[in-house]
Write a protein that binds this ligand. Structure first.
Ligand code: NAD
Length: 251
């Protein structure tokens, strides 16, 4: 329970990886602020489970990000996890999807970080954990906006690490390969269309073929990495991009 007395905001924590990170931080005693979309009953159930508050807000808009940060109050641990994907060839890539993915997967982390850092500096301790992706290190076709945003997020993270290094604040990326969540499941139909494949072919020949272990990463594994980054043993881990991709980016 080494995180007792710390407040953690995890964006995109109503689902998938963000929820697993919120559960893992809660298990170590952190007070949790949830953010993300969902059915009111489901969100209320998560708040009850985690003893958490939920702050509404669309993080793809500056006003939404500012509302989330105002609602959360001072946070010691900021996990920028909310994200989305769209799969399409560049010449058919919907411009509004490009704008949305850059806004949510990259710009939101700029807004939350700039608003979280003053309290962290005052406290002399902070953890910024950005859930990037193997796609922050390598590319795949048909994912122009996602790959661009995640590479940008990795760059933002390194900059924050340097700026905050003497303040007891670390900034790191966690970069999973494929984790079985709604984000991955939802991209299968478009990938089938873009590549002319069946569902099973997409899973085996597009998703798992990237990962030498041939296994999906589990959301709880990402939660465990987030917990590690909050420990004192990780005080010198900053500006790092922690790959959890079954060896994908080692190839
Ligand atoms: P998910 O779709 O299960 O969850 C996304 C979360 O973001 C949800 O809580 C959703 O409500 C929230 N969200 C979406 N749009 C939002 C908005 N405009 N404002 C506020 N919240 C919003 O996705 P996931 O797979 O858990 O992905 C979480 C993060 O992990 C993303 O950044 C994703 O890019 C990254 N990631 C996922 C995988 C994977 O294989 N699933 C791999 C690498 C990286």
């Amino acid at each position: 329970m080494f995180l007792q007395g710390k407040r953690a905001l995890v964006t995109g924590s109503t689902s998938g990886i963000g929820l697993a990170i919120a559960r893992a931080l809660r298990a170590e005693g952190a007070g949790i602020v949830l953010s993300g979309f969902g059915e009111p009953d489901a969100i209320a159930a998560l708040c009850a489970e985690l003893g958490a508050r939920h702050v509404p807000g669309d993080l793809s808009r500056r006003e939404g990000a500012e509302a989330v940060m105002a609602g959360a109050g001072p946070v010691d641990i900021l996990v920028n996890n909310a994200g989305m994907q769209h799969v399409a060839p560049i010449e058919a890539f919907p411009v509004e999807k490009w704008d949305l993915i850059i806004a949510l997967n990259l710009t939101a982390a700029f807004h939350t970080s700039r608003l979280a850092v003053p309290h962290m500096k005052h406290a002399g301790w902070g953890r910024i954990i950005n859930v990037a992706s193997a796609h922050s290190l390598t590319a795949s076709p048909f994912k122009a906006a996602y790959v661009a945003a995640k590479h940008g997020l990795a760059g933002l993270t390194k900059t924050l690490a340097l700026e905050l290094a003497t303040h007891g604040i670390t900034a790191n990326c966690i970069s999973p390969g494929y984790v079985w969540t709604p984000l991955v499941e939802n991209q299968i139909p478009d990938t089938m269309q873009a590549r002319g494949m069946t569902r099973d072919q997409v899973i085996e020949d597009v998703l798992l073929v990237c990962q030498p272990t041939r296994r999906f990463v589990q959301p709880g594994d990402v939660g465990a990495m987030a917990v590690f980054l909050c420990t004192e043993a990780a005080a010198n881990v900053t500006g790092a991009n922690m790959s959890m991709d079954g060896g994908w980016t080692a190839e």
